[in-house]
Design a protein around this ligand. Sequence first.
Ligand code: CP
Ligand code: NVA
Length: 299
Amino acid sequence: MRSFLDITDLDVGELELVLDLARRPVADLGRPLDGQGAALIFQKPSNRTRHSAEMAVVHLGGHPVYTRGDEVGFDERESVEDVARIMSGYHGLLAARVFGHSIVERLAAAASVPVVNLLSDRSHPLQALADALTMIEEFGSLTGRTVAYVGDYNNVARSLAEACLMLGASVRLGCPNGYGASDEELERLTLLGAGSVVQVPFAAEAVAGADAVHTDTWVSMGQEAEKTERRRVFESFTVDAHLMSGAASQAIFMHCMPAYRGFEVTGEVMDGPASRAIRQGHNRLHSARGLFAFLLGVR
Ligand code: CP
Ligand code: NVA
């Protein structure tokens, strides 16, 4: 039984296979969920993840069942393990967006069908698949490319860094002190691929000469109480046209969205010619379909 809680649950060959499945025509994937359901449980709001996952299930012949986290009531109405065991009898796939990463780990340990992390406090691996797919479409391959991430070293950044390194890119993180990857985390990342990982406390240094510049919100879901403080700390980390002018001449800008224009990115960059954010969002569907197909045994 394969689950997908982090990018590193795949080896490099499997990651490449998932990205290959994502690019195959829907008809070539068969209908691995034919006649089956897929439970999609959300403890947090979502646009892209919910819609892309639901439609990926439909493309694979299945029926998505969306459920709000408070309806399921993990460890309140019933235990995470009981939810996993019961739902495994109804569905061919379970997926959840959770606050604490341990919930998806416990679901995966108790379920008898694949479990997918739809975003946790630790990681957002489905997003990183779409990010990688979008950059591969753009560059042909990530080998030897430099990918910059500016902002908070959060769930999105962690999964993105893992995917980029596994696919042969070098990663530059530009994060304020106290909001970056720990030394241990940087060491862990370094072991994932041949490319280098560098973290600097300035946006411009991270972006210099980069092929792709990524950012994400400064205030992730669940951190709303820190909004004022975070906006102060991240003030000099806005991706604007001046910052982008220090990247490679054909550099692209990427954002997992939702985007907060005027904070982590200016409207000029988000909606400008270098932005691939909408395509990246659309690729959430294709990458989710490829991943689900892989977990269900399509090769
Ligand atoms: N990027 C992303 O996960 O978007 P949603 O929160 O809208 O699903
Ligand atoms: N880091 C953000 C990503 C949203 C898709 C969050 O966790 O809220």
